[in-house]
Design a binder for this molecule. Structure first.
Ligand SMILES: [Zn+2]
Length: 507
């Protein structure tokens, strides 16, 4: 439990703790294989147009050097010329590649990409408890942490006693997946033995209950608290406080008043009541914090049935996996409305993936992540405690702009900001200093009052371990945040402490 007077906490409000069995690997590979490859081919197809262009240039060169071209070139001549041009290109490529600087750069790029993948696989393969211990070891090795985490700037410093991690569970559940969504070769009806032998992959992912992920994460959190002192000597107090977010896809649940078939059995009302039922008693953020701190993770017995209120702090929704924030009128709309009202009534924060990228399992889910979709939600549920993650991403610049406009929207009646609990986070947006400079440029386009309001609504997040695709350690990501000149010390403190606590209903 916390003392009355103590140092503030540093919040990483967007990270993930998963092991290899949790993500929907088949769907991810299918996406890379089908959509990714198809798109690449489509993108590169214009380069095919280069061939006639090169052919024409080749002819021009020959004419320039006075070589006589016959009036009509027959097919064989054309073929010879094309082959010569191709040979020249290949030779040029080899010459360029043989330049030591170019070769060294190319090799080191491939090597660093490969080692990032190996690094990510290693941290996903180890136990979640061990992952957390390794993260603490990494931070203690990289920064002097005896008196807490320190960020300095302009001769001043901010000191933080602990790091609060809110690992977000993603509902990879496959309840609504039909065969065509998860296998490479869609087909209907039973498969004969002969066909099975010929089929390249007769097995498929058919059942991936989220309870297994909840169980692994909760056991991992317990194991971090129980075993960390065996690895980290002379530091009896844990550096991290871990308070996860529950992953929910309303499509995977039914509602009490409706009886549905198709394997959808768990009721939405039940999962919310089981995990957040006692939140109604937290009248103030102080009470919420008190109840969260009272959870004795060390004593968690591994039984999912023993998980009650205050193990989870909020809810994560992931539109690329099929969560539609605002479906057409009907049962699915009823479910999301129930979820939003429940979250408003009980001060539960929702974090939603909001960038065009991510683990997209079906093309039709592409627009589910859009801030325009969420605007319809906020028009009806203006008080929703909502964080649209990744600040809309950098791929679609109008998404970032749209989020900023929504933060700055004024209620014409009251003259106050319209969406009082609306936030965005910068997770995965800080894998290098360049990203922070981009953010600074974006913010500098607003006048000082608007800029101030935007800064009040941005939350720091890392997207660890997903971010290991582009950075090699947790400490490296934090270091870019500590060192960047794109934000002042005061602004950094807003992002990693004040805004996070306000969004999470902890202050
Ligand atoms: Zn994420």
């Amino acid at each position: 439990m916390r003392k009355e007077v103590d140092m503030p906490y540093f919040y990483d409000s967007h990270c993930h703790m998963m092991n290899l069995s949790h993500p929907n690997l088949t769907a991810m590979i299918k996406r890379t294989f089908n959509d990714g490859l198809k798109r690449k081919l489509f993108l590169y197809s214009p380069t095919l147009l280069l061939i006639p262009l090169l052919f024409t240039i080749g002819l021009k060169i020959l004419i320039y050097f006075g070589i006589r071209i016959p009036e009509k070139i027959n097919f064989l001549d054309a073929f010879v010329i094309l082959t010569l041009i191709a040979a020249v290109i290949v030779i040029m490529f080899f010459i360029i590649f043989s330049i030591p600087v170019v070769r060294a750069k190319t090799v080191s790029f491939v090597k660093s990409k490969l080692s990032n993948i190996m690094n990510l696989l290693a941290i996903m393969e180890t136990d979640i408890g061990d992952c957390l211990i390794q993260m603490e070891e990494d931070l203690r090795d990289s920064f002097a942490l005896n008196s807490g985490l320190i960020i300095s700037g302009n001769g001043e410093k901010k000191e933080y006693e602990k790091i609060v991690l809110t690992p977000l569970i993603m509902d990879f559940g496959l309840k609504e997946y039909s065969e065509e969504n998860v296998s490479f070769e869609p087909r209907l009806g039973p498969i004969s033995l002969n066909e099975k032998i010929k089929s390249k992959h007769p097995y498929k992912v058919r059942w991936k209950p989220i309870v297994a992920q909840v169980e692994d994460l909760c056991i991992g959190i317990r194991d971090y608290y129980v075993h960390r002192d065996k690895y980290i000597e002379g530091q009896p107090l844990p550096l991290f406080q871990i308070i996860p977010f529950m992953g929910i896809n309303t499509k995977n649940y039914s509602m009490k008043d409706h009886s549905e078939g198709g394997g959808v059995s768990m009721k939405l009302e039940h999962i919310l009541e089981d995990n957040f039922g006692e939140f109604k008693n937290d009248a103030t953020p102080q009470q919420r914090r008190h109840s969260i701190d009272a959870i004795e993770w060390e004593k968690f017995n591994g039984d999912i049935e023993s998980i009650g209120s205050h193990f989870f702090l909020g809810i994560k929704v992931y539109p690329p996996l099929g969560f539609d924030p605002w479906p057409d009128e009907g049962l699915e709309r009823e479910k999301v409305c129930y979820l939003y009202q429940f979250c408003i009534d009980n001060n539960i924060p929702i974090t939603a993936h909001c960038s065009p990228g991510g683990f997209l399992v079906k093309n039709e889910y592409k627009d589910f992540s859009s801030p325009y979709k969420w605007e319809s939600v906020l028009k009806k549920y203006g008080k929703l405690r909502l964080n649209l993650a990744h600040f809309g991403g950098v791929e679609k610049s109008d998404w970032r702009k749209k989020i900023a406009n929504m933060i700055l929207e004024i209620d014409p009646k009251s003259g106050q900001y319209l969406y009082e609990n609306f936030y965005t986070d910068i997770s995965y947006q800080g894998v290098d200093n360049e990203s922070y400079i981009k953010l600074q440029r974006f913010l500098d386009d607003y006048d000082s009052a608007k800029r101030r309001r935007l800064i009040e609504r941005i939350i720091f997040g890392t997207d660890f371990m997903i971010n290991l695709q582009d950075i090699n350690a947790y400490s490296a990501y934090l270091d870019y945040f500590f060192q960047t000149k794109a934000l002042t010390l005061e602004e950094k403190d807003m992002l990693c402490n004040k805004n996070a606590e306000r969004f999470l209903f902890l202050s």
